[in-house]
Design a protein around this ligand. Structure first.
Ligand SMILES: Cc1cc2nc3c(=O)[nH]c(=O)nc-3n(C[C@H](O)[C@H](O)[C@H](O)COP(=O)(O)OP(=O)(O)OC[C@H]3O[C@@H](n4cnc5c(N)ncnc54)[C@H](O)[C@@H]3O)c2cc1C
Ligand SMILES: *[C@@H]1O[C@H](CO)[C@@H](O)[C@H](O)[C@H]1NC(C)=O
Ligand SMILES: *[C@@H]1O[C@H](CO)[C@@H](O)[C@H](O)[C@H]1NC(C)=O
Ligand SMILES: *[C@@H]1O[C@H](CO)[C@@H](O)[C@H](O)[C@H]1NC(C)=O
Length: 531
């Protein structure tokens, strides 16, 4: 056993040494920081790259869809080649921990709380990364190779030239591959195909040391899994190989209403587990709506508004199940029968069946149409205090009871999505964290805030609703995980990752030991020890 006083002396010396060291370090950092920042343009201009840096007019890089956080970078790299990104990161890496300089990839800037920003650091404008074009490969297991700054809508159009399309989507396609693969990419196809991160064969990544690494399940698998859902912490994705399937031409787009959450959820769970089922399964909550017609995400068929309005006349909470069935014109004769048979297993309010027929592209790009409408009314570039939660199946009823129609008193500021997925489609080796149960629900609150409003559409009000929802989940021990997570302390991140925190930290120290990458996630801080 150690002598108590010895240990005390030792502890004190340790503290003393640590303190002096910290003071020294801070002094050095301050000196170095000012040196670096004043030399920033010249030091970056000296790099041998094909693209270029911009040092002013960088305001765009301090903006995102969330429109609540605005941090200006010192420089923006507009890369032409992967080697531009590697050279830039290597340069920052070689400056060492003292420079304080960080680097953020910016996809389409559709983050919600500054996740793609780099305060006084370097933002990499991924959309300018060309290099190799998109390359579609046919065969038994078709795939497409794309630059990571490519928008999903462009990938769709390119693949359609070959009669192919990616399998798993997001609801909105004007997002980049690198941006959604850093999160997960979840939509109504995830129950069948898993999220987008489950549909990638290979990645090319630039690590936090400036190394270019190709990775897959077979090669550099730890980096591959780490980067998927990795919130940009382990490397910058520069290329991705995405799994494809034959693309359908047409879609039957179906909506039905429920007045009872249990029946709605039971039908959703039935459909995601059924052998023969729909191709897309989502759902919406409608609280205190004055009309169903103009929901920005899914407008009802213009021929139906009167009928749709009937169901909201008493302002009760309704649940809308949204489904699609893909088909090709040659199969058109059978498709209605098939749908009829599938619908006959469900218990929706009989008079609330809405069916429309659109092209596959029109369906997948549906939110774009809504965006254009909202933009014309000045309702797009507003703050978006969104909250995305993953709720375990056994707790979804408790959640619904506490939130829909209680904490949440209306859904007029934006849609609220609710739909279940099966965890078996999620690879647990990726960085993505799910609730513990087999089945969990994605619940997405997607409001916009009206500036300066002190009513229930104002930013403060909506942020407070989010806080109340999170507090409710916490107090009721619902085992909820945030999707597109936002936390302000490392303790919260540790709790978010739970038993997987250790692996997350290990990967950070292996691939980005100086914590240069994606500072806007606020998980690790540069020049603080990762461990
Ligand atoms: C209208 C709308 C609808 C949406 N619908 C869905 C949906 O249905 N399902 C869903 O899952 N999500 C959805 N999202 C969320 C969306 O997936 C995320 O906001 C995503 O981050 C946006 O992609 P982006 O290209 O704009 O990424 P950015 O906001 O630019 O970046 C996101 C994060 O990833 C990092 N990053 C960006 N590119 C790379 C790269 N190449 N390599 C490494 N890290 C990188 C950034 O540094 C940042 O931390 C939606 C968002 C909006 C605005
Ligand atoms: C989830 O998927 C797995 C694998 O397909 C299956 O065995 C399981 O029964 C599913 N769970 C539910 C509740 O449907
Ligand atoms: C519905 O909204 C109105 C105003 O938007 C509000 O006064 C009313 O309390 C809401 N009803 C419920 C049940 O929350
Ligand atoms: C991942 O899932 C597999 C199979 O279901 C299981 O054996 C393994 O322990 C899981 N790993 C982690 C890290 O949870």
């Amino acid at each position: 056993m150690r002598h108590p006083s010895m240990s005390f002396v030792k502890q004190n010396t340790d503290i003393f040494i640590t303190r002096s060291f910290t003071i020294l370090l801070v002094c050095c950092m301050a000196i170095k920081l000012s040196l670096c920042f004043s030399n920033l343009p010249s030091s970056f201009k000296a790099l041998n790259i094909q693209g270029h840096f911009s040092f002013d007019k960088n305001e765009f890089a301090a903006r995102d869809f969330g429109n609540q956080f605005h941090f200006l970078p010192s420089a923006v790299l507009h890369p032409k080649k992967v080697s531009d990104i590697a050279a830039t990161i290597k340069h920052v890496w070689q400056m060492g921990p003292g420079s304080g300089l960080t680097v953020a990839a910016r996809g389409h800037g559709h983050s919600l709380q500054g996740q793609a920003q780099a305060p006084q650091g370097v933002v990499i404008n991924m959309e300018s990364l060309g290099g190799q074009e998109m390359m579609v490969h046919g065969g038994k297991f078709p795939y497409v190779d794309v630059p990571a700054g490519e928008l999903w809508i462009n990938i769709l159009h390119e693949c359609l030239k070959y009669g192919l399309a990616p399998k798993s989507w997001t609801d909105y396609l004007h997002l980049t591959v690198g941006g959604t693969l850093s999160n997960a990419g979840i939509s109504g196809q995830a129950f069948r195909h898993g999220p987008q991160i489950s549909n990638v064969h290979q990645l090319e990544v630039v690590t936090g040391k400036g190394e270019v690494v190709v990775c897959s399940e077979e090669k550099n698998a730890d980096l591959f899994h780490g980067v998927l859902g990795g919130l940009g912490q382990f490397g910058i994705i520069t290329r991705a190989r995405i799994s494809l399937e034959p693309a359908p031409k047409m879609v039957k787009w179906i909506r039905v209403l429920y007045s009872d959450f249990s029946t709605f959820a039971r039908d959703q769970e039935h459909l995601i587990s059924a052998e023969n089922t729909f191709d897309y399964i989502e759902g919406l909550v409608l609280v205190n709506k004055t009309g169903l017609v103009n929901n920005w995400r899914s407008s009802f068929n213009p021929e139906d508004p009167e009928q749709a309005n009937q169901f909201v006349s008493d302002g009760r909470t309704l649940f809308c199940l949204e489904l699609t069935k893909n088909f090709n014109p040659a199969e058109a004769a059978n498709i209605d029968k098939e749908i009829e048979s599938l619908l006959s297993q469900l218990s929706y309010i009989p008079s609330t069946l809405f069916v429309s027929e659109v092209s596959y592209v029109e369906f997948l790009d549906r939110v774009r149409a809504a965006e254009i409408k909202l933009r014309s009314k000045g309702l797009w570039d507003l703050p978006h205090p969104w909250l995305n939660l993953l709720v375990p199946k056994s707790k979804i009823h408790r959640f619904a009871e506490g939130v829909f129609g209680n904490i949440l008193t209306d859904t007029n500021n934006g849609p609220v999505l609710v739909y279940p997925v099966n965890k078996s489609k999620w690879d647990n080796r990726t960085s993505f964290v799910t609730p513990e149960e087999d089945i969990f629900y994605l619940v997405a609150f997607l409001p916009h805030a009206v500036p300066l409003s002190t009513e229930n559409n104002g930013l403060q009000y909506l942020l407070n609703v989010n806080k109340r929802i999170l507090d409710f989940c916490e107090v009721a021990h619902l085992g909820v995980k945030q999707y597109l997570p936002y936390y302000t302390t490392q303790d919260e991140w540790r709790a978010h990752y739970g038993p997987r925190w250790e692996v997350f930290v290990q990967r950070k120290s292996a691939y980005d030991p100086l914590a240069i990458l994606a500072p806007g996630q606020r998980i690790f801080q540069k020049s603080m020890s990762v461990l």
